[in-house]
Write a protein that binds this ligand. Sequence first.
Ligand code: FAD
Length: 531
Amino acid sequence: MAEITHLDDRFSTCGQLQLDDLTSLQAAGFHHLICLRPDHEGGIEQPTAEALAARAAELGLSLDYLPVAPGQCTPAQVQQMHVLLQQRQGRILGFCQTGNRARLLFQRAKALPATGTSTGIEVLIIGGGAAGIGLAASLLKRAPDLDIAIVEPARQHYYQPGWTLVGAGVFQPEQTRREMADLMPTGVRWIMQAAARLDPEQRQVTLANGEVLNYTTLVVCTGLELAWEAIEGLEESLGHQGVTSNYRYDLAPYTWQQVQALRGGRALFTQPPMPIKCAGAPQKAMYLSCDFWRRQGRLSNIQVDFHNASGVLFGVSEFVPPLMSYVQRYGIQLHFQSRLIRVDGSAGKAWFENTTADGQTAIVCQDFDLLHAVPPQCAPDVVRRSPLADAAGWCEVDPFTLRHVRYPDVFSLGDVCSSPNAKTAAAVRKQIVVVAENLLAHLQGQIPPLRYDGYGSCPLTVEKGRIVLAEFGFGGKLLPTFPLDPTVPRRSAWWLKTTVLPKLYWHGMLRGHEWLAAPSQTHTLEQADRK
Ligand code: FAD
């Protein structure tokens, strides 16, 4: 093992650790490790921070990942080290390739004046999805020295809008997945834990391992939870006998496999009660499947049914006529107010609760050969059970400023926030700008200057090669990015979805480049008041 140098009675440094070294470190009395070497810097010889963290956890140690490029230690990283030294209990070992970066950062952090832990992390972000990573990157573009930490337990990050295309054989699943470590903006501290409790009165977040973090401002962006268990028999049926869902990374390829395999019979597509993420996704899976069967000459042998728990095909009325023309083209049988409640995959049967106009309900059973199911969706427990939740469980923000209505030092964006926009990554792209500006203004004691217009977008894949690009804001107001009739299915929109938007996501939104992100109606509060 690399030689350990003790810099004071609590903090020591050493060169690159291997997984086997951790047992002796625990025996030597260390409690906490700080990995300062970016993953992959040393090639395959270097265990990833994720692997080291997993081994550390087995031994009762904890590990923080604070990657510092050689010779590029930033003031924000010094500040983060400073916070870590105050927060971590017991003996700490910082390591990098040789120990030099760990020593340098420690010395600079120690030289900062003590602040106590009461103010804690300046910006604590819960969730490293589209919203969390994108916001951190945008904040750092504006304020490179800002002390930001992201609490995120997942090691992988997903581009979920790509799953519709995986389910249609257009994308490979791997195109929608990246290592979380590769996306964490430089200068952000990644806390590889889940948040278990949010206590805005105390300005504290308790992690799943019991550790308590203090913050100055909190950003809640945990996304939402898919309640698979709410439909009896669904979880155990998924992935077998034609039961699938594009709402899971591992199942989207199974959708494509089953669509290709189906030559006749009945295909059911379901949509749960709103709100859900990407309200168009249940239909997108259906239209792309129908288009494939049509091109293969099989559609006349396949009965397609769409069971929709809502009473309308799409929430913004302008987009219903173009969708209806595809429903007719594919011969789809529509069932409104029809909610999937039970599945028996091995018997190939699904049960629906149908509600009539006078409120009567009836249970109906249908046989199927393929079932694309979408589960009901809700805010994660940690938010739903916190003082931040509204009556429905979402993080209760002012829909315009995206600041919490009761706790001014809390912001929220993305799927978990209560703003009544379409829950999409496109909405997140615009919300990031609003939250970044408003949060920084708040830190300076100023009034949040920007207002969100509710922009969200749903590229409705009505056939392979054509999309109806639905873009709209609060109240269903159309907000097209391009000066074209948005209700017309277009090849250009397909090109946008398959080529431009993924690049915009990975290289723009997650890197703090706010391309196509200035919300069209974003304006200052003063401007809004004048209207
Ligand atoms: P997410 O990206 O889901 O990230 C949430 C993060 O929070 C996750 O990394 C999670 O691990 C983490 N987290 C959860 N709980 C905790 C906790 N307790 N502590 C710490 N971290 C936690 N959008 C579009 O714009 N266009 C589309 O065409 C489109 N199509 C879609 C198709 C499908 C099939 C699906 C599933 C989604 C689609 N979306 C689309 C929606 C889009 O993916 C989401 O709206 C977007 O990802 C929301 O970002 P988010 O950061 O709020 O949530």
